[in-house]
Ligand binder design. Structure first.
Ligand SMILES: [Zn+2]
Length: 245
């Protein structure tokens, strides 16, 4: 399974773009405000999107992605998976930001299919299964466990450290996991300090920290803990990870 980090930042207090990643070159996880420009920068053509939750730093780029698809007359079906209320929220974004683009008059949604996800109900894609894992956040928030014939990768989305997160870590070989701050404990989010004992207890697993506010992690050196930058990618194969800077 191939991962590429499209942004690694939190909502605020960061010099990074919002956290987003692409699986196997065509499946996007979350649509932060800059994602449309970043997908273009890395020449990625997305046909499937998984949204973790309906906060703006994970969703704010989706109207622009749909607008560009419409303007390009790209009729290829785009499948968007996410929590209940996602489609209504995107229609409200259009009303608020482009009130003249009446979505009834302009068929922006014609080639878009929204799918509501349910906790633990797996979705089968070409060669992959995807399991939504309910986290604990300010609103309903899912992580996703992607599995192919070889490996299992867990994307946490925004969440506190809680039982479903620990179970997903136990199941997966590789985590793309939020570490909003470096130290302490946060309501609705996780910190690197909280994650470190878990990282050390699974030395054979890889942990990529994303959704980061700006902090200096240069004093943290675990062989299986990484702080990826935008654009970096890795191939996850049989637990062994080849990292491309
Ligand atoms: Zn959030």
């Amino acid at each position: 399974m191939k991962l590429q980090f499209i942004g690694v930042g939190a909502a605020i207090k960061t010099t990074h773009h919002g956290a987003s990643a692409v699986v196997n070159g065509h499946i996007l996880i979350d649509t932060p405000p800059a994602c449309n420009a970043l997908l273009r920068r890395y020449a990625l053509l997305v046909d499937t999107i998984f949204i973790t939750h309906l906060h703006g730093d994970h969703l704010g780029g989706l109207p622009f992605l749909l607008l560009e698809k419409y303007v390009d007359n790209n009729m290829k079906t785009l499948h968007i998976y996410g929590p209940d209320g996602l489609e209504e929220k995107i229609r409200l974004y259009f009303e608020a930001m482009f009130s003249e683009l009446d979505v009834v008059k302009y068929p922006i949604f014609d080639s878009v299919r929204f799918h509501v996800v349910e906790p633990e109900v797996e979705i089968e894609l070409c060669g992959l299964s995807v399991k939504p894992v309910l986290g604990r956040h300010a609103i309903t928030s899912f992580g996703y466990v992607f599995r192919d014939d070889n490996v299992c990768v867990y994307f946490s989305g925004d969440t506190e450290l809680c039982e479903p997160v620990l179970e997903a870590i136990d199941e997966a070989h590789c985590m793309v996991i939020e570490g909003t701050k470096k130290s302490g404990k946060l309501a609705t989010h996780m910190t690197v300090e909280e994650l470190l004992p878990i990282v050390r207890s699974y030395p054979e697993k890889m942990f990529y920290i994303t959704h980061r506010q700006d902090y200096d992690a240069s004093d943290i050196s675990e062989h299986n803990l990484f702080f990826p930058e935008e654009g970096e990618s890795c191939d996850v194969e049989h637990v062994k990870v080849n990292f491309h800077a």
